[in-house]
Design a protein around this ligand. Structure first.
Ligand code: PBG
Length: 333
């Protein structure tokens, strides 16, 4: 005897969507304030909060205002603030010496934050682009971005950041061998507890445009970064980058940009099961803000949805310019 099909669907997946109570019960991922790293832009001066026109809602702050921002972030429960300096063009040189000046903007901001708000972790950026006359992350010799000589400079930069009190060193330069060289120097320099979050899979992306405005590097940049940042077409190569950086001593790894690269986040997490982060970069932030300002999307909902997507893709946390806004929302403020 053949059985006739049931007159009703056997699996009614809508049952567990019927109310907020059920949706909460079966929710697979959560976004919390603990997941947030807040990137901020530091500039010279005092009492300054200067808007970045291509990133609505984002400002460049003088060191005193950065300390206020760190206080605000800590009060919201944000665990990490990440510093990016807007370097005066007069300090940009071919030898990038400002990068390891103990009193450069980034180091002054780190010391000021650690003094006033010791409970927040400070992350700093290791790369030469804010200090380089031609806007590249490495030294340019005869038109080539040279690797090993750059790594020597990155080591000096990382050590000066550790000495200023940085808790997390973030090499964003994509040179080969820099994680091992920095780890070795940190160990022998007495900075065993300073952690490294490697920008392991960083792509040559159009989504960095507003950031380069924010740090004043867009005018300076000659050519593009395709000989050191990754080709957006590649995925296996990202796993090789992550494996290499972990072997060299990275504590945490990052995928960057974020939203167009969620597949990479998932592969990294599934393959290595290590602390994995994504950077929702300036262009991603600008797109959401621009559409929201035009009334084309609900900005608050898009913000939360975009950040939840990183958690679903396996990330442990997200660097996002939305950090204080989403923290206020998650805290019910
Ligand atoms: C440079 C650096 C970049 C970003 C972080 N560090 C830009 C680049 O590689 O040109 C981009 C961040 C963003 O777009 O929000 N070392």
């Amino acid at each position: 005897m053949t059985q006739s099909p049931p007159a009703f669907p056997t699996a009614r997946l809508r049952r567990t969507r019927q109310s907020a109570a059920f949706r909460g019960l079966v929710r697979e991922n959560t976004l919390t304030v603990d997941d947030l790293i807040w990137p901020v832009f530091v500039r010279d001066g005092e009492g300054i909060e200067e808007p970045v026109s291509s990133m609505p809602g984002v400002v460049r702050r003088s060191v005193d205002k950065i300390v206020d921002a760190a206080r605000e972030a800590a009060d919201l429960g944000i665990p990490v603030i990440c510093l990016f300096p807007y370097t005066d063009p007069s300090l940009k040189t071919e030898d990038c010496a400002e990068a390891w000046n103990p009193d450069n903007l980034s180091n002054r901001a780190t010391r000021a934050i650690k003094r006033a708000v010791p409970e927040i972790a400070v992350m700093t950026d290791v790369a030469l682009d804010p200090y380089n006359i031609n806007g590249h992350d490495g030294f340019v010799i005869n038109g080539e971005i040279v690797n090993d000589k750059t790594v020597e400079a990155l080591v000096k930069q990382a050590l000066s950041q550790a000495e200023a009190g940085a808790d997390i060193i973030g090499p964003s330069d994509m040179m080969d061998g820099r994680i091992g060289a920095i780890r070795t120097a940190l160990e022998s320099g007495g900075h065993q507890n300073v952690t490294i979050m490697s920008y392991a899979a960083k792509y040559a992306s159009a989504f960095y445009g507003p950031f380069r405005d924010a740090v004043g590097a867009s005018g300076a940049l000659k050519g593009d970064k395709t000989t050191y940042q990754m080709d957006p077409a590649n995925s296996d190569e990202a796993l090789r980058c992550v494996a290499r950086d972990l072997a060299e001593g990275a504590d945490m790894v990052m995928v960057k940009p974020g939203m167009p690269y969620l597949d990479i986040c998932r592969r990294v997490k599934d393959t290595f099961a290590v602390p994995t982060f994504a950077y929702q970069v300036s262009g991603e932030y600008a797109m959401i803000q621009a559409a929201a300002q035009n009334g084309w999307i609900d900005g608050d909902k898009a913000m939360v949805e975009s950040l939840m997507a990183f958690k679903r893709a396996g990330c442990d946390g997200i660097l996002t310019y939305f950090a204080p806004a989403v923290a206020r929302k998650l805290n019910g403020q």
